[in-house]
Design a protein around this ligand. Structure first.
Ligand code: GLN
Length: 454
């Protein structure tokens, strides 16, 4: 049914870069056999899943939305992909994304934009717009995304889906093509909070192949979602973040946010305002730290080991450097080049303290704001994104207005805390997202509060 749905709508939505019908059907048949014999591999055995094209899948292309990796087929699976296979989830294919997960609209994909199923003239958010659109358009019931600065949560908000960024270290990054190692996390994209909890329990847990992996899985997620669905939040303290509202936020987004706060109070939660004064600098710090790490990571695309290799024009016996230069010039898009330049500058001798070092100091202040907040409340809440889905093309050539989409999502990545975006009603017919943040390793709280809002 999902393959039929993909055939029907993906020409218009363009959520997928690659569909593996054969592999998915073979996995589904195996799952049928297991379930018929009463021995399912997991509660999600047989439920298809779509995977963001930044995660390595053995035998299936993995492009990261870039020309640099066109045609590359990894010889191995990311740990999360292995876990999906072991749990019996057929993998439908790979979803579109901004090139190397840089962007908030999926317009920076080298393979063309993904369109928002709610309005095909608008973006689905980014960088994981393909995963979010696939789920919103009923092409897949579940998907995996990655969130470095909001790429699961913001597309969730713009497409009316649920998106979760787990605690940093809670889900393995092995086989995730690194953008910014200290910020990246893999997480679920689904239509319900319970589905996210189920998928999170499949992909979470310790991985010896990821040195930042936490020793123990963050558990109790499904139980928390079921408990939250009962709608009783008595005793829960909720902090609305003072800095993540007001100027720059659409009126309709704020109104829907207030509606959800009223629902939380009705469910018995106590809502207070919490100040996180350093959050106003989070975006600036993020856009120094993220390009710095990314510029270093992307040095591996040197045209020597794998990926695109372009001979320089009119040179008979080119040097390695000339080949690298021609290949990187041809293979990377503008946004990727912008960040390589920005990151390389921020890390360069003479500037590293003024830019990268300053960014890291702000990061510490943001972590302190969170620590102070957790002394007062159990969870923090804000709108996920300052606006609903914007028209395709509106911000594509204006990096600063594009970056502003991430203002409410980047603090969680800078501090490693978990966050969820849950659908928060519509404004002018377009979805709005409600964000819940929790202390590190308290991911269960996201599910409890998220399910109570459904
Ligand atoms: N939109 C943010 C950026 O462009 C977040 C990206 C992400 O989370 N992968 O960096």
């Amino acid at each position: 049914a999902h393959l039929d749905r993909i055939a029907e709508v993906d020409g218009a939505v363009h959520a997928f870069l690659h569909v593996d019908a054969e592999g998915a059907l073979a996995a589904a048949e195996e799952s049928d056999r297991r379930r018929a014999s009463g021995a399912p591999a997991s509660p999600l055995d047989g439920v298809p899943v779509a995977v963001k094209d930044v995660l390595a899948t053995r035998g299936q292309p993995t492009t990261c939305g870039s020309k640099v990796l066109e045609g590359w087929v990894p010889p191995y699976d990311a740990t999360v992909v292995t876990l999906l296979r072991e749990a019996g989830l057929p993998i439908l294919g790979k979803t579109n994304m901004d090139e190397f997960a840089m962007g908030s609209s999926t317009e920076h994909s080298a393979y063309g934009p993904t369109r928002n199923p709610w309005d095909l003239g608008r973006v689905p958010g980014g960088s994981g717009g393909g995963s979010a659109a696939a789920v919103a358009a009923f092409e897949a019931p579940l998907a995996l995304g990655t969130d470095t600065g909001g790429s699961i949560r913001q597309p969730g908000a713009l497409t009316g889906t649920v998106g979760v960024k787990p605690t940093y270290g809670g889900v393995s990054r092995y086989g995730l093509v690194a953008m910014a190692n200290s910020l990246d996390q893999v997480g679920p994209v689904t239509r319900t909070v319970l589905d996210s909890a189920l998928l999170h329990e499949v992909i979470g847990g310790h991985d010896p192949r990821d040195s930042t992996s936490l020793p123990d899985p963050v558990g109790g997620l499904v139980e928390a979602a079921r408990r939250g669905a009962a709608g009783d939040l008595t005793g829960l303290k909720v902090g609305k973040i003072a800095e993540l509202r007001g100027e720059g936020y659409q009126d309709g987004v704020e109104e829907r946010f207030e509606d959800s706060l009223a629902l939380l109070e009705k469910a018995g939660a106590e809502v207070i305002e919490v100040a996180c004064p350093s959050f106003v600098h989070a975006l600036a710090a993020y856009y120094l730290i993220m390009p710095s790490e990314a510029s270093s990571n992307l040095a591996r695309f040197d045209a020597m080991r794998y990926g695109l290799r372009v001979p320089p024009d009119g040179v008979d016996d080119p040097s390695a450097e000339q080949v690298m230069r021609a290949s990187r010039e041809a293979g990377f898009g503008d946004e990727v080049k912008r960040r390589i330049i920005l990151g390389t500058f921020a890390l360069s001798a003479g500037y590293v303290d003024a830019f990268y070092g300053k960014g890291q100091k702000v990061r510490t202040l943001i972590q302190r704001d969170f620590a102070a907040a957790w002394a007062q409340v159990d969870v923090l809440v804000s709108p996920t994104s300052p606006s609903t889905a914007f028209p395709i093309g509106e911000k594509q050539h204006d990096p600063r207005s594009m970056y502003l989409n991430d203002v409410a999502t980047v603090p969680a990545n800078l501090a490693g805390v978990p966050g969820i975006s849950v659908p928060n009603g519509l404004h002018d017919g377009l979805p709005v997202g409600f964000q819940v943040l929790a202390p590190r390793q308290a991911d269960d709280r996201l599910y409890r509060v998220g399910a109570a809002l459904e």
